[in-house]
Design a protein around this ligand. Structure first.
Ligand code: SAH
Length: 206
């Protein structure tokens, strides 16, 4: 499948009805999601895990590309939408291997050949994206993740993330950078009013 086709389909999936700010619910834009997933496909593997699956765009997109996909998410309302989105995808693409599990990220179980995720950006809760990264490193030796890039908070710089990964035996490569438009529900900081800057990381362990 071509990236453009995947993107068009992913743009038809529903996002969060009423995003919960404390969970930093923010649907990955379809073009970014398609790019992440094509990259995952290129890396290869059979099982993919999505941490903080939200309304399912990454889990479902991965299943469309032929992965056995599993999405962990703690918000049951988001998962209801994810399941509806999956039905929509199956109407078009036939039965898909996508499974959603209601779970706190730290309790996610099982391994994957790849983790693909857009975790909370750690704006509302300082450590939230690191909690996701920690779990991803436990689940897989290959992790593709969007991470917030704050240019004025030292602890969230690229250097910090690289060191965090290195300590856990992972090499870090930044494979993309984006500016994402923010929905109203996430505009807390004056400086972040218009967009949030994120990097797409590829972490590779042993
Ligand atoms: N992966 C989706 C959603 C990204 S937003 C997408 O790409 O569109 C981040 C998601 O992480 C939200 O759905 C939020 O509910 C979920 N989340 C936040 N904290 C969590 C936690 N501690 N455990 C599990 N999920 C969590």
């Amino acid at each position: 499948m071509r990236k453009a086709e995947l993107k068009i389909f992913l743009s038809k999936l529903e996002g969060f009805r009423q995003p919960k700010p404390h969970l930093e619910q923010y649907k990955t834009p379809p073009d970014v999601a398609a790019e992440m997933l094509m990259r995952a496909k290129h890396i290869g593997g059979k099982k993919i895990v999505d941490l903080g699956a939200g309304t399912g765009i990454l889990t479902i997109g991965a299943a469309i590309l032929g992965f056995e996909a599993k999405g962990y998410e703690k918000d049951s309302e988001a998962l209801e939408t994810a399941k509806k989105n999956l039905e929509k995808a199956e109407e078009k693409y036939g039965e898909l291997s996508a499974d959603f599990v209601e779970s706190e990220v730290s309790e996610a179980e099982g391994k994957g050949d790849i983790v693909v995720m857009n975790p909370p950006f750690g704006i509302q809760k300082e450590d939230s994206n690191l909690k996701f990264l920690e779990k991803a490193f436990e689940i897989s030796s290959k992790v593709l993740s969007l991470m917030h890039r704050s240019e004025n908070r030292l602890t969230r710089t690229r250097k910090f993330i690289k060191e965090f990964a290195q300590k856990r035996g992972f090499d870090t490569e930044i494979v993309g950078s984006y500016r994402l438009g923010l929905p109203n529900s996430m505009k807390f900081h004056e400086k972040d009013k218009k967009a949030i800057k994120v990097d797409l990381y590829y972490f590779k362990g042993e």
